[in-house]
Design a protein around this ligand. Sequence first.
Ligand SMILES: NC(=O)c1ccc[n+]([C@@H]2O[C@H](COP(=O)([O-])OP(=O)(O)OC[C@H]3O[C@@H](n4cnc5c(N)ncnc54)[C@H](O)[C@@H]3O)[C@@H](O)[C@H]2O)c1
Length: 267
Amino acid sequence: MKSLKTLMDLNGRVALITGGAGHLGAAMCESLAELGASLVIVDIMESSCNQLSQALKETYQIDVLPLVMDLSDEQALLDLPKKVLSQFGKLDILVNNAALVGSNDLKGWAVPFDQQSADTWRLALEVNLTVPFILVQAFADALRTSKHGSVINIGSIYGVVGPDPALYEGTNMGNPSAYAASKGGLIQFTRWLATSLAPDIRVNAISPGGVWRNQPDSFTQKYIEKTPLKRMTTEEDIKGAVAYLASDLSAYVTGQHLLLDGGWTSW
Ligand SMILES: NC(=O)c1ccc[n+]([C@@H]2O[C@H](COP(=O)([O-])OP(=O)(O)OC[C@H]3O[C@@H](n4cnc5c(N)ncnc54)[C@H](O)[C@@H]3O)[C@@H](O)[C@H]2O)c1
C-alpha cells in the first residue's frame, strides 16, 4: 500500500491555477508548490502574478510560468493551452479559481438588485462560468493523457444558499445575483463534468465560506454568529482541501462538492 507521503506527492505534475495571484489563489499555488508541482499561474494582476511566481520558484525550487492575461479576452484564452503545453508538454491539475467576487468595484455589481446591470451579469457569467467551460474543454486531452487528471472548480457558499440580507445591513457591502448564479452553475457543471469525463479525469468543487478581510465589525460579528466553528474562513483553510483534491489522496473521489465553510451551510 502506498504511503500518504507518496499519495500526496505532486513532483512531475503540472498545475494551472486561474486567478492564482489572488488571495485564495496564492494559497492554492503555495499548497501545490509545497507538494512539488510545477505551476502555471494565470492572472490579470501583473505585478502580483510575477512576484508570486518568483517567490514560489525560489522557495520550492519548482518551475513556474506566470501568464498575465485577461481571461475574458477570448483570443488570449484560446492561446493559453498552446503556451502551457509548449512549455510543459502536459497538464495534470486545473484549478478554476478566477472570478469576479463580491468585493469587486464594478458598475452594476455589488449594489441593490434593481441597480444590478445585465452587462456586469454577462461579464460575471463569462469569467466565473464560461471560462472554466472553455479551459476544461481545451485541456481535456492533456488531462486525460496525464492519468492523474484533476479539475478543481472553486464555488462559494452563495452558489448553494441565498445571502442573509441582515448581514449586510449598515454596511456598503453587497451580494451580486450574478455571483450566486455563476457559482451555482459552476457547482452543477462540476457534477456534469465528473460523470462525462470519467474514468479519465476527476472533477470536484470546493466552496469556501466568507473569507475574513477586514469587513465591517457588524458584518463579521453576525457572520461568526451564524458559523458553527465561530470564525470566518482564512486563506490557509484552502491549502489542505486543494492538496487533497489535486493529488492521489483523492484518487477515488469525483463529482464531489466540498464546503469549506466552518459549518455555515449545515444548520
Ligand atoms: N473571498 C471570499 O470570501 C470567497 C468566498 C467563497 C468563494 N470565493 C471564491 O474563491 C475564489 C478566489 O477568491 P478570492 O477571495 O481569492 O478573490 P481575489 O479577488 O483575491 O482573487 C481572484 C483572482 O482572480 C483574478 N481575476 C479576476 N478576473 C480575471 C480575469 N478576467 N482574468 C484573469 N484573472 C482574473 C483576480 O485578478 C484575482 O487575482 C473565487 O472563485 C471566489 O469566488 C471567495
